[in-house]
Design a protein around this ligand. Sequence first.
Ligand SMILES: C[S@@+](CC[C@H](N)C(=O)[O-])C[C@H]1O[C@@H](n2cnc3c(N)ncnc32)[C@H](O)[C@@H]1O
Length: 297
Amino acid sequence: MHIPVLLHEVIESLKCHPGMTIVDATTNGGGHAREIIQRIGPTGVFVGIDWDRGIIEQTERELRKEFSSYNQSLLKFVWSNYADIKQVFAKENITSVDAVLADLGFSSLQIDTPQRGMSFLREGPLDMRYDTSARVPAYEIVNSFSKDALADIIRAYGEERYARAIAERIVIERKKERIYTTRQLAELIERMVPSYKKGGIHPATRTFQALRIYVNGEFENIEALLRDAPSLVTPGGRLGIITFHSLEDKHVKHGFKELADKGMGRVITKKPIVPSESEIQNNVRARSAKLRVFEKI
Ligand SMILES: C[S@@+](CC[C@H](N)C(=O)[O-])C[C@H]1O[C@@H](n2cnc3c(N)ncnc32)[C@H](O)[C@@H]1O
């Protein structure tokens, strides 16, 4: 079960009301989508996108059932990378929308599925792809990239200070045995970064984050969304993006500033909107969430 973060804040920020056209670029299990569809009512148009085929197909089935009294042609579900939002619009014959939401990264549904290989706590193939038919899985990278390339990825996308040492260890260990599973990689890091400070993050957290970002081209995807989504939004319409770590947030913050500098609109959130204490108590995943909102002129 994935609990939507900052749900009330998203609904308020995107000014959801009956008859709007809204894109949820990261629909997942439909946590935000359900509420959005309810708010835009039977006359609104909802476009749900997700790069995870199994999840978007399942969510489409569930939401079509839940909203069976709505005109089904106004509910659209698309298996796609949100970086291709322009193509999605062209294919679905949509010319403009009132708001776009992107709630970045992975969901509980994905991290709790060992076969996805996103969790260092669960044994599974070291895959990490949202779309398992695209790009290459993390184990291919871990077993074939040079020490320097691995160190660069782990440092740049994980901000891991032991990046070089971890890359060196990977190269030594993979000569003995191919690194194919999540636990193989996690244990290798646990053995060399033992300082598991109380309350601190697991030593493999940053390396797993880095590989996931690299495998999926996450920053390129965010940049493409920031480049293409604003031109698809109607004047006065909004783009809301939720991030979960500082590197992601930096991309969105700078992206919104650049759009404002180009005169395309204004940043609504000078400071990001963060969850309340009570939301964090109910949903630990919310603790690092930040919502930034941009309004098109
Ligand atoms: C944090 S979850 C969204 C949760 C959802 N808002 C909810 O409350 O149920 C992020 C989702 O984004 C999807 N995703 C990640 N990168 C994507 C991309 N480039 N294009 C489309 N979907 C993507 C993932 O598959 C995942 O389902």
